[in-house]
Design a protein around this ligand. Sequence first.
Ligand code: NAD
Ligand code: ZN
Length: 363
Amino acid sequence: RELTVDLGERSYPIYIGEGLLKEASTYFIKHGISKKSPLLIITDSRVAEYHLESFESELAEAGFQTASVIVPSGESSKSLSMLESLVTKALECGLDRKSAIVALGGGVVGDLAGFVAASYMRGIKFVQVPTTILAHDSSVGGKVAVNHPLAKNIIGAFHQPELVLYDLNTLQTLPPREVSAGLSEVVKHGLIWDAEFAAWCEENAEKLLALDAEALGYALYKGCSVKAAVVSKDERENDLRAILNLGHTIGHALEAVAGYGELLHGEAISIGMVGSARLGLRYGAPEDVYTVTKRVLAKSGLPVRLPDHFDVDKIMDAMMHDKKFSEGTMVFVVPTEIGKVEIKSDVPVQWVREIVEQLKLEV
Ligand code: NAD
Ligand code: ZN
């Protein structure tokens, strides 16, 4: 499958299919990646273990000059000090203005490598080779960043890739928890934009969890398409793009309060989406907004209930700290029906608190 992220001059294609890494050089050549300048592949320790060698040798056989660098797996690699050491590596390898940086990995590697590509020599070419389901989200839209100890994704840029090569075979090695966490954003794309796709996600949840290639290919295609549609209309996050934050206001607060490694991002926003659906009911949305949201997430292997030990006060504090809070009201993405959301800018903080408390009672 193929789709285009439509951004005028910066438009780029996303290819989704089985075994694409074996033909990576063909796609690279087609999209103007030069053989004359060295390429730097950035990946992480887990991904490298399974997928680096074959990828590198395919490119080398086709005549590309490649070097690769392996960063530790995990969010802590998205740091300024890592950026500096990757730039050192890029200089040592002789990367020039016509070189490209290739991200082989999940959202962490994509965000990090993308920011190296955006900043090295004020911007060189960038190719995304996503290896997680969640990365369908991060590979569309061009946001790249590293973290600061005080704030996530605060040092970043917009830098669009030349192409995205999504090889479904790489997903076969994903741990089950990462599969579900990635599906959370897939489902989100259905819930904000496309009721039919949300229903499809529910019907096909088992196949998706079993990493059925046909189902995965469709899910990623649809998920990328929704994100691409939203981003094409609002590249720089003026208004529409905010709908992508469904479940994220509560979700980010849960991530901030949770113990290290306790909740993956997709798990936190799953609980957050259930909360948003309950908020929808308060604004008069039909009951199925809540029941369908909860059912599709649960079927995707995701948590829909807030574990008891979470402290509601701390969650509320984290949310207030996050942003968008004034005079006892908050900004929230609220579903009005399945496949449609609205941004409400005057949600009473008291309602939010009640909903967070209710989240502990979900069954
Ligand atoms: P990740 O890149 O850390 O991958 C999750 C885990 O799976 C890691 O341990 C990784 O080593 C491992 N892994 C990756 N691919 C694998 C494979 N094929 N087989 C086995 N193991 C594999 O995390 P993620 O969930 O992909 O992405 C999360 C990151 O994405 C966050 O940093 C978030 O900020 C960012 N993000 C960015 C955007 C954006 O628009 N730029 C959007 C959403 C998320
Ligand atoms: Zn997210």
